[in-house]
Ligand binder design. Structure first.
Ligand code: XBP
Ligand code: MG
Length: 260
C-alpha cells in the first residue's frame, strides 16, 4: 500500500476564488489603461478560462475576436507588456487583501504540515501571483510551508498538459502514487491525471461546476468547515462534512486499493 507523502494544490480557483474578481478585473484594468476598449464580462471570462495562462488567454482573444490593435504593433511584445501590467495590478489588489482563501484550505494545510506531509503549489499562474496570494493569506512565512512552488512558464506547456505536475513531483522527490492533488477545473484534473496522480479531489466553483470530472477520485463543492459542511457531488467516499487529513488518507487508501 502506497504511503501518503504529499499534498499538491492548484492555486487559482482552489486555494482561493481568484478568477472572477481578481484576474478578470486586473485584465480589464490593464486593457483600459492601455486605451483598449476590451472588457471581459463575468460570463465571457468563463469561456476564456478554457485557455490556461494569461498571455495565452489574451493571444486567444486577439486571434478569435480580432479587435483593433495599435498601428504597427509587435504582437508578442504587446501581449507581454499588457500581461506585465495586469500582473502588477493583480498582485497590488491581493496585497490590499482583496481575496480570502477558500473555506477549509488553511485548516487542511496546517493539519497536513503538522503531520509532516510535504506541500506543493502546482499552477499555471505567474510566480509573482503565487507569492502575493500566499503572503496575503498565510503571511510571509507561509511561503516556507511549500517545499515546491511550481508555477507559470517554468514548463513550456501549461495545464491541461501534465508538465507542471511532473515538474513538481520531480522537485518533491515523490512518486505520483504517494500524492493527493486538489484542483478546481477539468484542465487541472487532466494535468494531474496525466502525470500519473490517481487521487485528485476536485472542489468546484461557479466557473467550473459543470465541467467533466469523471476522472476525479472525489468531487465536492468545497473543503467545508465544521460550521459549513461541504456537499458531495461525485466520488468514492461519502460526504465528509469537512475535508480533514483523516478523510484525505481514507480517499488515498481507497484509490490505492483500486477504487479509481
Ligand atoms: C489558472 C489560470 C491562470 C490565471 C491567470 O490556472 O489559468 O492562467 O487565470 O494567471 P491554475 P496569469 O488554476 O492552474 O492556477 O495571467 O498569471 O497567467
Ligand atoms: Mg485552478
Amino acid at each position: 500500500m502506497m504511503h501518503l507523502e504529499a499534498l499538491l494544490l492548484d492555486l487559482d480557483g482552489t486555494l482561493a476564488d481568484t478568477e472572477r474578481e481578481g484576474h478578470r478585473v486586473a485584465f480589464n484594468r490593464a486593457f483600459a489603461e492601455r486605451g483598449l476598449d476590451w472588457c471581459w464580462s463575468v460570463e465571457s471570462y468563463g469561456r476564456l478560462l478554457a485557455v490556461t495562462g494569461g498571455k495565452e488567454r489574451i493571444a486567444h482573444f486577439i486571434a478569435t475576436r480580432q479587435p483593433t490593435l495599435p498601428e504597427g504593433v509587435d504582437l508578442d511584445a504587446f501581449i507581454a507588456e499588457l500581461h506585465r501590467r495586469k500582473t502588477h495590478l493583480y498582485t497590488q489588489a491581493l496585497a490590499q487583501g482583496g481575496i480570502p482563501p477558500r473555506p477549509g484550505v488553511l485548516r487542511l494545510l496546517r493539519e497536513a504540515r503538522s503531520a509532516g506531509l510535504k506541500l506543493a503549489i502546482v499552477t499555471t499562474t505567474t510566480p509573482q501571483n503565487v507569492t502575493a496570494l500566499i503572503e496575503a493569506t498565510l503571511g510571509r512565512e507561509g511561503l516556507d510551508w511549500f517545499a515546491v512552488i511550481a508555477a507559470g512558464d517554468l514548463v513550456p506547456a501549461k495545464k491541461p498538459a501534465p508538465d507542471i505536475y511532473r515538474y513538481a513531483l520531480r522537485r518533491l522527490g515523490v512518486g505520483p502514487g504517494a500524492c493527493v492533488a486538489f484542483e478546481d477545473s477539468a484542465a487541472g484534473l487532466r494535468a494531474a491525471r496525466g502525470a500519473g496522480i490517481g487521487t485528485v479531489v476536485i472542489i468546484v466553483n461557479d466557473y467550473t461546476r459543470d465541467q467533466d470530472f469523471t476522472d476525479a477520485a472525489q468531487v465536492l463543492d468545497g473543503l467545508g468547515e465544521p460550521a459549513a459542511p461541504c456537499r458531495r457531488m461525485a466520488g468514492l467516499l461519502d460526504a465528509p462534512g469537512w475535508v480533514d487529513l483523516e478523510w484525505v488518507r481514507r480517499l488515498h487508501r481507497a484509490v490505492s486499493q483500486g477504487g479509481a
